[in-house]
Every structure is written in C-alpha cells, then in structure tokens.
Design a protein around this ligand. Structure first.
Ligand code: FES
Length: 222
C-alpha cells in the first residue's frame, strides 16, 4: 500500500523508453483502485489523455519517501500550490478536520478537488494570484498573515507546489524556526534512480529526489 507523499511512474508514451514515464503523486487509493490527479498538458500526458476506461496501461510504484506524521503536540499546516494538492490530499485525510490547509493557484480554474478537500478539513485558506477566489495574493502571503495573526502552537508544515513556492517556503520556515517537510516531485526525470537528473545538494550530501525524496525535511537545506 502507498503512503501519503509517495508517487507512481505512469507510462506516458507508446515507446519502451523509461524516460517517457512521468511521476504522479498518489491521490487516494483503495484495495481495488489507485487515483491520480493528472493535468493534461503537452506531449507528456498524451497517452494518458487517450486512455479509456477498462484499457490497460503500466505503472511502477509506490516509489519514494512519504510525509512523516506530526507528533501529538504538533499542529499540522498543509500548503499546496495548484496540482500539488494531489501530493498532500491523502495526508489531509489522515490529519483530521483540525489541520489547516493553505491552497493557492494563479487563478480559480487551477484549484482542484475543492469539494473533496472541504470535506477533509474545517480550516481551508484559499488564495489566487488574480483574486478570482479567496485571498487575493500568493498562498505564502496568506500563510504569513496567518502565522503573524494567530497563536497557533507548534506548527509543522507539509507542502507541495511549484518550485518557486517551495523555495520561498523553505526560507520562510527556516527564518521562523518552524519545522516542515516539502515534496520536490517537480524535479524528476526517470523517477527510478538511474539518470541522476534529479540530484540535489542537501546538508547531508547529494540526494536523488526520486529515491531519497520526494519528501525532504526543510532542515536539509541551507
Ligand atoms: Fe532519474 Fe531521479 S529522476 S535518478
């Protein structure tokens, strides 16, 4: 069984080239099914776009590391940007209704699964860059306001989203000494530890996002 934060490689081409598999976070699962959130965009998702119900495809997984659970005294705060909601969705299912979710995108049309996530937590903070839904501004601006204006005790942050959002979030958390775990799934190529195209430098040496990640402790970064 997968764990929240892990991913699968889905075949996205008719050829046998392993580089034409793409990583997708596991969204949710049961004994009989696996669900993924796929944004249909460009050649990489061509084959997935053509798949019909009942057709076979192939996939590899679950792969990578998942999100560690918060301790009993920590208050989980989940941050997602766009399709990054897929990575944290099953984590939210396990955290219960008191967890805070900060979910942002450029515009309301890029916010996914809104009805489903409203059933998972009572504390949803929506933001859009263009102001078309929720807070007008970035998800991190809204998070900063929340951290400044509330008295949340012992927050621990879990996040997945675009690279720029994650970079700024790491700086924010380190600056405030807030523990956190981030998913870097956007940086993968082969996804199976073979190409070294996903290597990043951490405080404890070079790590492959697809093998040692995609979830990393923010303490791993300068
Ligand atoms: Fe190829 Fe990680 S994506 S080694």
């Amino acid at each position: 069984m997968p764990a929240p934060g892990q991913f699968y490689l889905l075949r996205t081409s008719d050829t046998l080239d392993p580089l034409l598999r793409r990583p997708f976070s596991i969204l949710r699962w049961s004994d009989a099914s696996l669900e993924f959130l796929v944004r249909l965009k460009g050649r990489g998702t061509l084959l997935l776009r053509k798949l019909r119900a009942g057709e076979d495809t192939d996939l590899i997984g679950p792969l990578g590391s998942g999100y560690p659970r918060p301790s009993d005294t920590e208050a989980p705060v989940v941050v997602a940007g766009g399709v990054g909601i897929a990575s944290v969705y099953s984590l939210l299912e396990t955290l219960g209704a008191s967890a805070h979710l900060f979910y942002g995108a450029r515009t309301s049309g890029e916010l996914y699964l809104l009805d489903e996530i409203r059933r998972l937590t009572d504390n949803i903070h929506i933001s859009t860059d263009d102001g078309s839904m929720g807070f007008s501004g970035s998800v991190l601006e809204e998070l900063v306001e929340f951290l400044d204006e509330t008295s949340i005790v012992k927050p621990v942050v879990y996040a997945c989203g675009p690279e720029g959002m994650i970079e700024r979030l790491v700086l924010l958390l380190k600056g405030r000494n807030i523990p956190g775990y981030i998913s870097l799934e956007e940086r993968m190529a082969c996804g199976i530890g073979a190409c070294l195209g996903c290597v990043i430098r951490t405080r404890s040496g070079y790590k492959r996002v697809c093998k040692e990640g995609p979830v990393f402790d923010v303490k791993e970064f300068e």
